[in-house]
Design a protein around this ligand. Sequence first.
Ligand SMILES: Cc1cc2nc3c(=O)[nH]c(=O)nc-3n(C[C@H](O)[C@H](O)[C@H](O)COP(=O)(O)OP(=O)(O)OC[C@H]3O[C@@H](n4cnc5c(N)ncnc54)[C@H](O)[C@@H]3O)c2cc1C
Ligand SMILES: NC(=O)c1ccc[n+]([C@@H]2O[C@H](COP(=O)([O-])OP(=O)(O)OC[C@H]3O[C@@H](n4cnc5c(N)ncnc54)[C@H](O)[C@@H]3O)[C@@H](O)[C@H]2O)c1
Length: 467
Amino acid sequence: MSETYDVVVVGGGAVGENAAARAVRGGMTVALVEAELLGGECSYWACMPSKALIRTTQAVHAARAIAGVTADFDPADVLARRNSFTSGWKDDSQVEWAEGAGITVVRGHARLTGPRALTVETSDGPLELSARHAVVLATGSVPSEPPTPGLADTPHWSSREATSAQAVPARLAVIGSGVVGCELAQAYQRLGSAVTLVSRGTTVLDNLEPVASELVEAGLAQDGVTLHLGTDVERVHRDDAGVHVVLADGTDVLADELLVATGRRPATADVGVQTVGLEPGATLEVDDSGLVQGVAGRWLYACGDVTGRAPLTHQGKYAARVVGDAVAARAKGEPELTAPWGAHSATADHGAVPQVVFTDPEVAFVGRTVRQVSDAGIAHDVVEIDIAVAGSALHADGYTGKAVMVVDTASRTLLGVTFVGQDVAELVHAGTIAIVGDVPVDRLWHAVPAYPTISEVWLRLLEAYGL
Ligand SMILES: Cc1cc2nc3c(=O)[nH]c(=O)nc-3n(C[C@H](O)[C@H](O)[C@H](O)COP(=O)(O)OP(=O)(O)OC[C@H]3O[C@@H](n4cnc5c(N)ncnc54)[C@H](O)[C@@H]3O)c2cc1C
Ligand SMILES: NC(=O)c1ccc[n+]([C@@H]2O[C@H](COP(=O)([O-])OP(=O)(O)OC[C@H]3O[C@@H](n4cnc5c(N)ncnc54)[C@H](O)[C@@H]3O)[C@@H](O)[C@H]2O)c1
């Protein structure tokens, strides 16, 4: 069997779906090939289920932070609510959406066989697909695990099992203190597990502002998570008592389940990229319009985790919109809007990426940290203050939090901002707008935050800067 489309998108995660939808909007015929569930990691084993596991316990803890309020939850209800957010791990509604958007969904594993050509292993046998204009690789990422002795032979959880578990283990060991490790360690501790978090990093979330690491570490400890930081895992094994995680100092952490959350790598090992001169397993380097570098001709694009740019759903979808539009514009011979901040350029990837870490306290940040700016040799000023405004005092009794602002000394525009505290997630978009808009702090001072909200911290930051 063989079929031809204007565009073939490989990988129907949130990113591939968006690239396909934008290309259709631009007048292209599009096949979207998915090997597992349409909606990908985010919908079934990452953002949605993890945030569903976290949300109830955060709401309950937030309610308890107000004098006189009692609140509780049943872990079984939390798991059931999470199951509803993943539609019971069925993708019918996403398929319905895609078909309604004019996308042809192809189920199977796709591999490139040469320029603009692919073979898909479908349940009906091989399907040859060719693309008139472009192939877009949006194959995402897979967990990357350390070569710890015993780990490969010891059954354990990746983020997939941790986000889809139907029971809460009595004891959970977690290796890795990045975003996945911290969010899920706290979620399970609050759901009733006794959690032990082990990491070779000396702080949790070690890429963030130090104050964020400090407060999240304190939040985990306050919830009862046992932390072993700055330590290597010597070996892992399982026996009748459970799974043993043996640390470099000899400590034997015993648990019922082990979650390994030590990062992810691009899913390019089995996509046939070697047939077009690329290295299987490597990150697909792209330019700002999503064109894969090192491939002859302008037909191979990539977006999302597979590019290693900003492995976040929202940023991948942004790149996907750019790619879908760029592919359609080039196919139609329309002008290429690839200058910085043009419609065909994912310029924001370079210094305006927002992220929220859904721990308690939350961390919400955008742009660059003090360390990143210092390493880049940019002259800058730093303001770090407590989040202590009328809005925060009303929000929760004894509210504590921090805000850190990094300003470009020469242009007096924002380079980065980080908020740490209860319910700070919604504060960050103001920072994203300020960075993307190159808004000078002198003008930002005229953006008056409503009273009494936590957003008043913006005014305090600017006052601390001297305005
Ligand atoms: C536990 C966890 C929590 C997270 N929470 C957040 C969060 O709160 N916010 C956030 O922004 N990000 C979060 N992330 C990151 C986010 O999940 C990813 O950035 C996002 O899923 C990337 O989307 P993608 O479409 O590039 O890849 P994926 O979602 O991985 O989709 C790729 C798809 O391609 C398919 N595929 C791969 N190879 C082939 C092939 N050869 N043929 C056919 N199909 C193929 C796969 O089956 C998959 O469906 C989280 C990640 C994890 C692990
Ligand atoms: N809220 C969110 O936006 C969100 C939530 C979850 C995940 N994500 C994204 O998903 C991706 C994966 O997250 P992650 O937490 O798995 O990766 P990560 O890179 O954020 O953290 C990996 C952790 O593993 C540790 N580690 C690495 N190798 C190790 C080894 N050999 N032994 C012991 N520890 C080791 C690191 O020190 C680090 O603590 C990230 O890009 C993250 O941004 C985002």
